[in-house]
Ligand binder design. Structure first.
Ligand code: SF4
Ligand code: SF4
Length: 478
C-alpha cells in the first residue's frame, strides 16, 4: 500500500502550523523548509460606474516532497542516495550524499533542500518513523483545521496530481513535471483564476539554492573540461606534421600541448571536487552508473584523463598509437555527450533540447582550436617549420563557422541583459578576428594567436554563467 499527502485548499487558513511542526520535528536550520505554505494572491478592484467591484482572491497551498511515482531526484543522484520504500515513500540517505545539489536541479517542486551546516541535501521523508509507530506525520498532526492529511486510498472530488496532466496542476506548481507527484488537492474555488496571480510570500518559500558565485566552480569545470577535450582533438590534427619534420629532440614541443590539456583537466576536476558539500563521500560517485548521467560524466572524465596520460607517455617515447588516440578522442566525445545529458532535465525545459548537446560540442571545438592555436604558432616560429600556411586558414575558418553556429544556437529567451549583449559582442569579435586571420593570416599571426583564444574564453565563460543563471530563473519563477 502506498501513502500520499492530501490537501484541502478550499479550507486552509494559511496558519502555517504544518510548516512550523515540520521544521521543529526535523530541526531544520534557517532557510531550509521541507514543507512550505504558498500564499497565492490575485485579482483587483474594478470601477463599475459609481461603484468599485472587488475581484481580489487568495488561496494557500501547503507543499512538501510529493513522493512521486517517478522521482527524478532518485534517477539523477550519482551516489544512489535515494531509495523508494515499499510504501512509496522516497527516502534520502544523507550518509551517502556528497552535497552536489544535482537532485535539487531535477526536482520540479523544490523539495530537496541543501543544508549548508551539514554539507548535504535534505528532504521530507513523510515522517516514516511516526508512521511505523501508528502516528501521523508531524505536519498532519499539527494542522488545526484537518485540511492536511495522508491516505492510502484518496477520496474523490480532489485533483489527484498523479492522474491529471501537468498543465492542469494548480498554480504555482510547475507545468513541466514529469514525475507524477503523489499528492491529491481538493481545489479552492479561485484556483483556476489567473488575473494578476502571483506568489505573495515568494521570499519565504523560495528554495535555498546556491548563488551564481557558489556555482562558479561548475562553470569552471565545464569550461576547463571542454577545453581539455577540444584541445586533445585539435592537438591530434594540428601538431603531428610539425613534430615529424623537427630535426632535433622534440620532446618538449610534444609535451607543451599535452601539458595544457592535463592542466585544464586536472584544474577542472579539482574545482568540481572543491564544490562538493561532503567531500569524504566523493568516492561513491560511480555508484549509480546504471541511471545517473552525472555518474557517467565522472566516469568518462576519469577514463579520458587516463587516455590522455597514456598518450602523453607514448609521446615521450616518440611513439604514436593511433588506436589509443582514437579511443581517447571517443572517450572525450562520450564525456561531452554525458555532460550535456546532465543538463538536459525536464525540470529545466530551456535546457532540455538538442541545442544543449550541439552547444556543448561547438564550445568544445571552439575552446580546443583556439587554445591550441597559440601553441602551434609558437612551435612553428621556434622551429621555423612552415606549417602555418596549411593549418591556420583552416583553424580560422573553423573558428569563424563555430562562432556563427554559437550565435545561431543562443537561447532567445535569455537574449536580454547586459551580460548576454556582451557575449554577443564577443562572439562577433571572434568572428571578425577569425575572418581577418583567414584573409591575411601572414600578418599579425602572433596577435591573432593570443586574441582569439582570449575572446573565446571570456565569451564561453559568460555563456556558462548565463546558463547557470537561467537555472536560478527557472526555480525562482515557481
Ligand atoms: S517531489 Fe521532488 S524530491 Fe520529492 S520525490 Fe518528487 S522529484 Fe523527488
Ligand atoms: S549526492 Fe547530489 S544528487 Fe545525490 S542526494 Fe546528494 S546532493 Fe542530491
Amino acid at each position: 500500500m502506498t501513502s500520499a499527502f492530501t490537501f484541502n485548499a478550499s479550507a486552509c487558513s494559511g496558519c502555517k502550523a504544518c510548516q512550523a511542526a515540520c521544521k521543529d520535528k526535523n530541526n531544520l536550520p534557517t532557510g531550509v523548509l521541507w514543507r512550505r505554505v504558498y500564499e497565492v494572491t490575485g485579482g483587483s478592484w474594478q470601477r463599475n460606474g459609481a461603484a468599485w467591484n472587488n475581484t481580489v482572491f487568495a488561496y494557500n497551498l501547503s507543499m512538501s516532497c510529493n513522493h512521486c511515482l517517478h522521482p527524478k531526484c532518485a534517477g539523477v543522484c550519482p551516489v544512489d542516495a535515494y531509495s523508494i520504500r515499499p510504501d512509496g515513500i522516497v527516502v534520502l540517505d544523507t550518509t551517502k550524499c556528497i552535497g552536489c545539489g544535482y537532485c535539487a536541479w531535477a526536482c520540479p517542486y523544490g523539495a530537496p533542500q541543501y543544508n549548508p551546516e551539514t554539507g548535504h541535501m535534505t528532504k521530507c521523508d513523510l515522517c516514516f518513523d511516526n508512521l511505523e509507530q501508528g502516528l501521523p506525520p508531524a505536519c498532519v498532526a499539527a494542522c488545526p483545521l484537518r485540511v492536511l492529511d495522508y491516505a492510502e486510498a484518496v477520496s474523490d472530488g480532489g485533483l489527484q496530481l498523479w492522474d491529471i496532466p501537468a498543465e492542469k496542476h494548480p498554480y504555482p506548481l510547475p507545468i513541466y513535471s514529469h514525475t507524477q507527484p503523489r499528492l491529491a488537492i481538493r481545489p479552492h474555488a479561485t484556483m483556476s483564476r489567473t488575473e494578476n496571480r502571483s506568489l505573495a510570500n515568494l521570499e519565504e518559500v523560495r528554495p535555498r539554492l546556491p548563488s551564481s558565485w557558489e556555482e562558479a566552480p561548475l562553470v569552471l569545470y565545464t569550461l576547463l573540461t571542454q577545453m581539455a577535450v577540444g584541445g586533445f582533438w585539435a592537438m591530434t590534427w594540428m601538431f603531428p606534421m610539425l613534430w615529424s619534420l623537427v630535426q632535433f629532440d622534440a620532446t618538449v614541443l610534444r609535451l607543451l600541448p599535452a601539458l595544457l590539456i592535463g592542466c585544464s583537466l586536472s584544474a577542472g576536476m579539482l574545482v568540481s571536487f572543491a564544490h562538493l558539500g561532503t567531500k569524504k563521500n566523493a568516492w561513491r560517485v560511480l555508484c549509480h552508473l546504471r541511471k545517473s548521467w552525472l555518474s557517467r560524466e565522472i566516469l568518462f572524465t576519469l577514463l579520458f584523463g587516463l587516455g590522455c596520460l597514456v598518450t602523453t607517455m607514448q609521446m615521450f617515447q616518440h611513439y604514436t598509437n593511433l588506436g589509443w588516440i582514437t579511443l581517447t578522442s571517443l572517450l572525450g566525445f562520450c564525456l561531452i555527450y554525458s555532460m550535456a545529458r546532465v543538463y538536459r532535465l525536464p525540470a529545466a525545459p530551456g535546457w532540455n533540447t538538442w541545442h544543449t548537446n550541439v552547444e556543448f560540442l561547438v564550445t568544445t571545438l571552439l575552446l580546443g582550436l583556439s587554445s591550441m592555436m597559440p601553441l602551434l604558432v609558437y612551435e612553428a616560429n621556434l622551429t621555423g617549420i612552415q606549417v602555418l600556411p596549411s593549418r591556420l586558414p583552416i583553424i580560422h575558418i573553423s573558428i569563424l563557422i563555430l562562432s556563427l553556429l554559437e550565435l545561431a544556437l543562443m537561447n532567445k529567451r535569455t537574449l536580454r541583459g547586459l551580460l548576454q549583449k556582451a557575449r554577443i559582442g564577443l562572439i562577433v569579435g571572434a568572428v571578425l578576428l577569425a575572418a581577418f586571420g583567414f584573409m591575411g593570416f601572414s600578418i599579425g599571426v602572433a596577435w591573432f594567436g593570443v586574441l582569439i583564444p582570449l575572446v573565446v574564453l571570456v565569451e564561453e565563460g559568460l555563456g556558462r554563467w548565463l546558463f547557470y543563471q537561467s537555472r536560478l530563473g527557472v526555480v525562482h519563477a515557481r
